[in-house]
Design a protein. Structure first.
Length: 698
């Protein structure tokens, strides 16, 4: 019976298989027919949809660190050009189809889409280096579009005018994109690029304009602040791209204005960081968008007028388009007519939206208005400038966030514990392919205390400008010496010794437990990476020992945030990390793994074991102090914890981290800073421009 049932099932399968195969072939043929009929319409609408998505989503990468959005933007940026080029290629095959003759009208729209959107011309700085490729594509694709339309022309002559206007608009947009890429990619040492209207001027104009920023009403404050930004915009860009070196100036007037206006009050600190936001917003627009040019206003208005005129002419020509062929006219597919209107209305809407986006999301309208308001201009130009400035003031919110405003936090103790926790196979595979990180990076808001402390310490140590070229713990030692001198019974005698005897620092270090820690750290004898690791471990040890912080102590939280942030810059961003530094990190991880085997997942116990590590007898020191690190960590943390004044201890640690942060900001290279502008921003980039604001011209 079983054999009989098997034979019957085989017969049924044989009988139904031809029917199933025939049905599948019919379905495939039907789908293929639909695709052949609607392919060009779908691709054209897809190209427009990609442009709309890029336009409204590109600004998110400036303010937020959202990986899915960044991935979608990257895919859309790459796909937009490919789809537009593919549509141009498909249009070359439309001459034999009498039902889609109007599709040739879409050729100039592809040039318009290839020109990209004002909010994104480059996804990264590497794209700016491809401006020659875009110039070549502009020439070839424009020639191809004109050739296709002229060869296959079978239309009403009333469509010639809108067709020509759209060709001009597309050419302008694509040429503007190529120019924007060339402009951004040309910022290299030795170039003669210029930006803004103020140019490189004497620093007195900059500081005088800045000095008025704390006076008057809100509109006057913003106006003076932007005038100061415009005065130094060229110099800021050169400093940002590592084309200009700045150091402390010996001019007394500059230093007085600088200290009074950028440091002496809370509003001064707010003003300094507000200026960095303005500068970085202007630089971002200059590198990654079409907004970073005063000529962009003329281009926007020109393309808007041309496209609007083309829409009007196409609407006038529509009755002739829909006349029956028996009357000697033309009749095009209604869907093609609707798509043509969608493309025209969409292009006009994007151009109008770009003007509003330029006003509401960029500081370049302010710069444009200020350029027209300057003395020497005609009265009409000054009136136009004041009108534009007032309009921007009312439309653009002054409190708009210019970047993510967060510090990334990476901790080696937390990573060691999290790394050893069991994970599923799926999560393990996601880690292996890079979809998910083995250690989750936390984010904390940049507190006002961190901003104020860093600005205060920078001004207090402005004379020690060597910290920007080499790290030797000079700021902490100098600060400790001043603290010891101020607590001495003979302040005047101590001040004279500090000013006249370079060995007084060593004497003062030996007079307190906290200062003794600086001597044990021996930063001068270590490389930078080892110093960062040393103080990162020491900071966590002190945090565990000081579980009940003093009320109002801002240096403890500053030390914690800066410690985790700087170790993130080295461990995750690979800044200042060479092959020797990589070996040091490996040694430190091995040390923590050994301690973790004893402590388990108890973080407090792990830190306590690390603080009590010592070098086994007979062990040779590593080339980069990798094996010497545990001993130094124990010595430095022990000396710091001897001090009963917690505020004094944490301020000393903060001084070490502040000097490290300014050193990294000044030496990590412009490539990192430029890249981070399009990835949510980086606090390190703001710190680099704070150096520009505080220090004078060489």
């Amino acid at each position: 019976m079983r054999v009989l049932r098997d034979r019957q099932q085989c017969v049924c399968v044989q009988r139904t298989s031809p029917c199933t195969a025939q049905h599948s072939s019919v379905t495939i043929a039907h789908v293929q027919q639909l695709w052949n009929e609607w392919e060009i319409q779908f691709l054209v609408l897809l190209s427009l949809s990609l442009q709309v998505f890029l336009f409204f989503s590109a600004g998110l990468r400036k303010r937020y660190r959202i990986r899915p959005v960044s991935m979608l933007l990257w895919l859309s940026y790459l796909s937009a050009d490919s789809v537009a080029v593919f549509v141009l290629g498909r249009l070359t095959l439309m001459s034999g189809d009498p039902h889609h003759q109007l599709a040739l009208f879409w050729a100039p729209f592809m040039l318009l889409h290839l020109g990209g959107q004002e909010t994104i011309t480059a996804f990264s700085m590497e794209d700016c280096a491809l401006w020659k490729r875009h110039l070549w594509n502009l020439t070839t694709l424009l020639t191809l579009a004109i050739y296709v339309v002229c060869k296959q022309w079978r239309w009403d002559k009333q469509l010639v005018a809108p067709m020509v206007l759209m060709f001009i608009s597309g050419t302008i947009k694509y040429a503007e994109r190529t120019f924007a890429l060339w402009r951004a990619g040309s910022w290299t040492p030795g170039s003669s690029m210029k930006m803004g209207t103020g140019g490189a001027r004497h620093s007195l104009d900059y500081y005088l304009a800045l000095s008025f920023s704390s006076e008057g009403d809100r509109e006057k404050k913003i106006q003076h602040m932007l005038e100061a930004a415009d005065e130094a915009l060229q110099d800021v860009m050169e400093f940002f791209m590592d084309m200009k070196v700045r150091s402390a100036s010996s001019h007394g007037w500059a230093r007085r204005i600088k200290v009074n206006m950028t440091i002496s009050s809370i509003y001064g600190a707010e003003l300094a960081y507000k200026l960095t936001n303005i500068y970085l917003s202007l630089i971002y627009d200059h590198l990654y968008t079409k907004f970073g040019s005063l000529k962009g206003v003329f281009y926007r208005l020109t393309t808007l007028v041309l496209i609007s005129t083309a829409l009007t002419l196409f609407s006038v020509a529509r009755p002739r388009v829909e006349v029956d062929a028996k009357l000697g006219g033309y009749r095009y597919d209604e869907v093609d007519v609707a798509i043509s209107y969608i493309l025209l209305v969409g292009a006009v809407t994007l151009e109008i939206s770009s003007i509003f986006m330029w006003i509401m999301s960029s500081y370049w309208p302010y710069i444009t208005a200020i350029s027209y308001m300057r003395g020497g201009r005609s009265r009409a130009s000054q009136c136009a400038g004041r009108l534009l400035f007032g309009m921007v003031m009312h439309l653009r919110p002054d409190s708009e966030l210019e970047w993510s405003g967060k510090l990334q936090q990476y901790n080696m103790f937390s990573e060691c514990i999290q790394k050893e926790q069991p994970v599923s196979r799926l999560e393990h595979m996601m880690r292996r392919v890079g979809i998910k990180q083995a250690y989750t990076i936390e984010h904390v808001l940049v507190s006002p205390e961190v901003k104020d402390v860093l600005l205060e310490k920078l001004c207090g140590e402005i004379a020690n400008e060597s910290a920007f070229t080499s790290f030797n713990d000079e700021w902490a030692a100098s600060w400790a010496a001043r603290q010891q001198a101020s607590s001495s019974h003979d302040v005047e005698s101590a001040a004279q010794r500090i000013a006249g005897n370079g060995d007084i620092v060593e004497l003062l270090v030996k007079e307190s437990a906290a200062q003794q820690a600086l001597e044990y750290s021996s930063i001068q004898d270590m490389d930078f990476v080892t110093s960062v690791l040393l103080w990162h471990l020491v900071t966590d040890i002190c945090l565990v020992a000081d579980e009940t912080p003093t009320v109002g102590s801002k240096f403890r939280s500053c030390s914690q945030h800066l410690s985790n942030y700087i170790i993130y810059l080295l461990a995750r961003c690979k800044l200042m990390l060479d092959s020797a530094g990589y070996v040091v990190f490996q040694d430190a991880r091995f040390m923590l793994e050994q301690a973790h085997r004893v402590s388990g997942n108890d973080r407090r116990k792990l830190i306590e074991i690390t603080s009590s590590f010592s070098i086994p007898e007979g062990t040779e020191k590593g080339l980069y102090h990798g094996l010497d690190l545990p001993h130094r960590v124990h010595s430095v943390s022990s000396e710091l914890l001897k001090s009963e004044a917690a505020d004094y201890r944490w301020e000393l640690i903060t001084m070490v981290w502040a000097e490290m942060l300014f050193y990294i900001a000044s030496n990590c290279g412009s490539g990192f800073h430029a890249k981070q502008l399009s990835a949510g921003g980086e606090f390190l980039t703001h710190i680099k421009l704070i150096v520009f604001l505080v220090l004078d011209f060489t």
